[in-house]
Design a binder for this molecule. Structure first.
Ligand SMILES: Nc1ncnc2c1ncn2[C@@H]1O[C@H](COP(=O)(O)OP(=O)(O)OP(=O)(O)O)[C@@H](O)[C@H]1O
Ligand SMILES: [Mg+2]
Length: 240
């Protein structure tokens, strides 16, 4: 197997005086989708933020494409090819959809074929292209947030709960877009509470509990083992 595109070894992150991550070991294989699962509050978001350098690991290493990025400034991490979709979406409400997208395209105007693809997977973005992002529905804001990360080809995408709080039809749109991105060969680390989506998209999987990874393996293995799911994640996963 080829080297993982992203690798965390023994990552410990403190927030204020709290030891939130306590030795996270995590690998994301190149060209696949790795699900990051676990109950609420176990450190999934903190793990993504630590990879981006938004929190700093106190101990351990984060390497991306063979380079140690544990001390790299966040903008440089983003420029090196990691797209990040935060849990709180991070869009600009008083700017239009078009302006939000233009700001996300760091290397110049958006390529027309990339925009056509984004419009095809997220049709509301085309419809509301010149509207203020603040006026979009919750699901449409989530589409914009993900589209901003996808506006340019990245080596790796970190996506935090893209289907949270969305209606089933929008979840299907979101899952379809992620499946498309995966089919293009992107590497993705995806936090997801909806187990049906996790099962559909995931190749490999890491389950966190209490600030570290307690199980990792093939998504298929976890999805076929209800006892293991119950033990690792209790009832926090949606039974859909
Ligand atoms: N800014 C902060 N200040 C203090 N504690 C924080 C902060 N951010 C996160 N924490 C704590 O860190 C722990 C891990 O939080 P994190 O957001 O990483 O969990 P999570 O697995 O993403 O949870 P969820 O599934 O609810 O999104 C939690 O106990 C949380 O309360
Ligand atoms: Mg979270």
């Amino acid at each position: 197997m080829s080297d993982p595109i992203l690798s965390l070894r023994g990552v410990c992150t403190n927030i204020a005086q709290y030891h939130i991550l306590q030795g996270v070991d995590l690998q994301v294989p190149e060209g696949g989708v790795t699900m990051l699962l676990g109950r609420n509050g176990v450190g999934k978001t903190t793990t993504l933020r630590t990879i981006m350098g938004l929190w700093r690991a106190r101990q351990g290493s984060v390497s991306f494409d063979g380079q140690d990025i544990s001390a790299t400034p966040t903008p440089a991490i983003a420029r090196s090819g990691i797209g990040f979709v935060p849990e709180d979406m991070g869009i600009f409400s008083d700017l239009t959809v078009e302006e939000n997208m233009a700001l996300a395209a760091a290397s110049g105007p958006i390529k027309p074929d990339r925009l056509d693809w984004l419009f095809s997977v997220f049709p509301p973005l085309k419809t509301f292209w010149r509207s203020e992002a603040g006026n979009l529905s919750g699901g449409q804001k989530q589409m914009l947030s993900i589209a901003r990360a996808m506006v340019e080809d990245r080596r790796l995408y970190l996506i935090d709960e893209p289907t949270k709080g969305l209606a089933p039809a929008i979840i299907a749109t979101m899952a379809g877009a992620l499946r498309d991105l995966k089919a293009q060969g992107a590497s993705i680390l995806l936090v997801e509470q909806n187990f049906a989506v996790a099962k559909m998209l995931g190749d490999t999987c890491a389950v966190m509990d209490d600030g570290h990874v307690v199980w990792s393996g093939e998504m298929k293995e976890l999805s076929e083992d209800a006892t293991l799911q119950e033990r690792l994640m209790g009832l926090s996963m949606e039974a859909t």
